[in-house]
Design a binder for this molecule. Structure first.
Ligand code: CDP
Ligand code: MG
Length: 743
């Protein structure tokens, strides 16, 4: 039952304790060690399972012996039964055979490139091999392993905590944006590459770490690319720092070459033959087609688990429900085996994500058909997770990928056929598809990155040694945008505002909006809106009850736009939560609001609020009775988003964006009721048409007041936009003159 499943996930998420790590090294560990053992030399005590092991001189045999020991060398507790069971399976992984070879190479070099096929044990094992060699509990330095995706960071940390027989968040933890699950005890930290980058802003030497492992380097995310360039520099200044670049592709020479011919270690994997079956015709309703394919496999193909790729949370939950219902029927009527179905997407809590590794169910009765599991996932899992037992992959061939084209607009989130084979339903057997990905740095808006690099102390962006430097125009455009936002001055130097903006884990425009909001007397409200924009959509719209969902949304609708509607819904939720917390979940369900996303918005809000307080930004509101309550909020939004505005063309419903002069329509999901000539938007969406989404109506005269440099009448080109602004300016002048005269 979907409701029940949701409910348990929710309670778990809210009970997650969040801990913070502040200091640089990890003095706590060394200190603890001294106290317990009266031994301060940084060497294991004689009665520890690690006795005699010397940091960076250990052998695979010594490590295995310590792992076999009854007591856990890092916690002092007895190893559990489960630990020894997992240890067995770990030793069957391909990397295990090469543990000694790995250590030899690791000892002999500062930077190592490690290549192994998906499933060979890189992500889970290599960091542990490093732990048993670095003995981080003795010198207080951490080992970091970066992941491009939050879901991988969380689920792998959980898995490795289990493998090491420790509590998640203690010796093994994770850190992702808006959630830091580590303690001062943490020695091994899985984290998103973006988080490590943020940390580097305050610790340019990454001095907390003795070893940094960049995993999934072949994915070439923006953050990983920048980390590689930074680490290349830091490695020269910090000879004690070890770096491992891990990749699942054989295209390792590029990494080797980039890191001054770093040595390579390659682990042969298990290869599976891949057969791909295409549907003859492109499928119109690809979800339906995919569901049919899954059921067909379940009913008639030999044993093996199924992985189905879809694009979004709602689509996935919906498909899970449908497959579940139909599979039950197959079991009843055709004697098919039981089918266990698991959803997988980024916002699912870690313990639920971990369920995808559960064993498939057995036959219902003796001699019956064997069961199987079906995982319905966003493509986040594709390169980051290995799930044993998957034999069938159903891939409709669409993925959501952010594409940036410097010639046109800011980041678009759109559907496009992925590099996977076909647009229609594809049924691939024994999938072992590893794809080369186009580096993100070449397809992104770099404003955020440039700001980060400035904060990271990179002065010379042009000569920053990136593996694939972006086009100069993209870089220039980012610099220009940051200059308009007043984050960089005309010489390209970081301004006070820019420095402050980079303290927030937000896009520069959002950060500037938040920082400016006290001037508009509505920082409390802008803080809420920013948090709501930082989580997935809170309005739920299941395919089966769209009408009802829309009616519910209408209850919160504000005629001036989507941001205020989000705020209304959030306030209503908070009111409900305060008056009767036990019914909040049910209330959300009835109002087609996502309780989970609203709760995460709450926690994001709390964290952003702390940053604001730290930097002395006032938290204030205009009284709700004041007629300017909503106007102030709309104006405050412009302080960050003045570049994301569009003006209505003289005829019809088409708007034109100011920045790139793109013709766009307002997305049908918007609640904007008043016909505004000018709107501010948050997203540019490209489907069959170009849309702007999450819109709020604004007045052109505000643009002249709030962003006079960007909307400079002297430099604006002649055209509709200039004419509209000139009229607004004229109107304003007349109004003011009248006011003066009447005084
Ligand atoms: O990184 P790589 O693809 O080389 O392999 P891995 O992620 O370290 O996976 C090694 C083994 O651990 C596989 O057999 C996975 O099924 C298992 N694993 C798991 O049980 N739970 C996880 N959260 C991640 C991996
Ligand atoms: Mg991996």
């Amino acid at each position: 039952d979907r409701g029940a499943k949701r409910a348990s996930a929710d309670s778990d998420e809210t009970s997650n304790k969040k801990t913070k790590m502040d200091g640089k090294a990890n003095p706590y560990l060394a200190h603890m060690y001294e106290e317990e053992n009266g031994w301060g030399s940084g060497e294991p005590s004689p009665n520890s399972p690690l006795a005699g092991m010397k940091r960076r001189q250990t052998s695979a045999q010594e490590a295995s012996k310590a792992e076999d020991s009854d007591s856990n060398p890092f916690t002092g507790r007895q190893h559990s039964q489960k630990y020894f069971q997992i240890l067995q399976t770990r030793r069957d992984l391909p990397v295990h055979k090469q543990r000694q070879e790995f250590l030899d190479k690791y000892h002999s070099t500062q930077i190592l490139v490690f290549v192994g096929e998906t499933g060979s044990g890189k992500t889970t094992q290599i960091p542990q091999y490093v732990v048993y060699d670095e003995l981080p509990h003795l010198n207080g330095k951490l080992i970091a392993c970066t992941q491009p995706r939050r879901v991988a960071a969380m689920s792998v940390a959980q898995r490795v905590a289990d493998e090491m027989d420790v509590t998640l968040g203690e010796e093994v933890g994770y850190s992702i944006r808006f959630e830091d699950k580590t303690t001062p005890k943490t020695m091994l930290k899985y984290m998103t590459d973006g988080m490590l980058l943020r940390e580097a802003m305050h610790d340019h030497e990454m001095s907390r770490y003795s070893c940094i492992i960049l995993d999934e380097a072949h994915e070439r995310t923006l953050a990983t690319d920048i980390l590689m360039a930074l680490l290349k520099q830091i490695a020269e200044r910090r000879p004690d720092l070890k770096i491992i670049i891990m990749s699942a592709t054989l295209d390792a020479q590029k990494f080797q070459k980039y890191f001054n011919d770093a040595p390579l270690l390659a682990v042969p994997g298990r290869t599976h033959p891949v057969e791909i079956f295409y549907t003859p015709e492109p499928e119109r309703d690809y979800v339906e087609a995919a569901i049919r394919t899954v059921l067909q496999i379940h009913a008639s193909e030999p044993e093996g688990d199924i992985l189905l790729f879809l694009t979004g949370e709602d689509e996935i939950e919906d498909a899970c429900r449908k497959i579940g219902l139909e599979a039950e029927e197959l079991t009843r009527e055709m004697d098919a085996g039981p089918l266990a179905i698991y959803p997988l997407y980024g916002t699912l809590p870690p313990h639920q994500q971990q369920r995808i590794f559960d064993k498939a169910p057995g036959p219902l009765r003796k001699g019956g058909q064997p069961g199987r599991k079906c995982i319905v996932s966003t493509n986040i899992a594709e390169t980051s997770l290995t799930i044993d037992g998957i034999v069938y992959v159903v891939d409709p061939g669409f993925s959501k990928q952010k594409i940036y084209n410097p010639e046109s607009e800011s980041s678009h989130s759109w559907f496009r056929p992925s590099q996977r084979p076909l647009r229609s339903s594809v049924l691939a057997f024994k999938k072992e598809l590893i794809e080369q990905t186009y580096p993100e740095i070449l397809r992104s808006n770099l404003a955020n990155t440039v700001l980060e690099l400035k904060k990271l102390g990179v002065e010379d962006l042009v000569h920053f040694d990136l593996m694939d430097p972006p086009a100069p125009e993209t870089m220039m455009r980012a610099l220009e945008e940051l200059n308009y936002l007043a984050c960089l001055d005309d010489d390209g130097e970081l301004t006070t505002l820019g420095g402050l903006a980079s303290e927030f884990p937000l896009d520069p425009a959002l950060a500037v909006m938040l920082i400016s909001s006290p001037e508009f007397y509505c920082s409390n409200e802008i803080l809420s809106i920013t948090s709501l924009l930082s989580v997935p959509q809170i309005f739920v719209r299941p395919a089966s009850s769209r009408k009802r969902a829309d009616e519910m949304k209408a209850l919160f609708a504000h005629p001036d736009g989507d941001h205020l509607t989000l705020l209304n819904a959030y306030h209503a939720y908070k009111g409900q939560e305060t008056s009767d917390p036990s019914s909040a979940k049910q209330w959300c369900h009835e109002h087609f609001l996502s309780y989970r996303h609203l709760s995460s918005a709450d926690s994001v809000r709390a964290q952003l609020k702390r940053i604001m307080e730290t930097h002395g930004l006032d938290l204030i509101s205009t009284p709700f009775e004041d007629k300017n309550y909503y106007t102030n909020i709309r104006r405050a939004m412009l302080a960050g988003f003045f570049m994301q505005v569009a003006m209505k063309e003289s005829s019809g419903k088409v708007y034109r964006t100011v920045k790139d002069e793109q013709a766009v329509l307002i997305h049908p999901s918007t609640v904007l009721r008043t016909e505004y000539d000018w709107v501010l938007y948050n997203e540019f969406v490209l489907t069959s048409k170009q849309y702007i989404r999450t819109c709020t109506g604004i007045r052109p005269e505000w643009l002249l007041e709030i962003a006079p440099v960007y909307f400079d009448m002297d430099t604006l080109e002649d055209g509709d936009i200039k004419r509209s602004l000139a009229r607004a300016a004229e109107k304003k002048r007349r109004k003011e003159a009248m006011k003066k005269a009447s005084r």
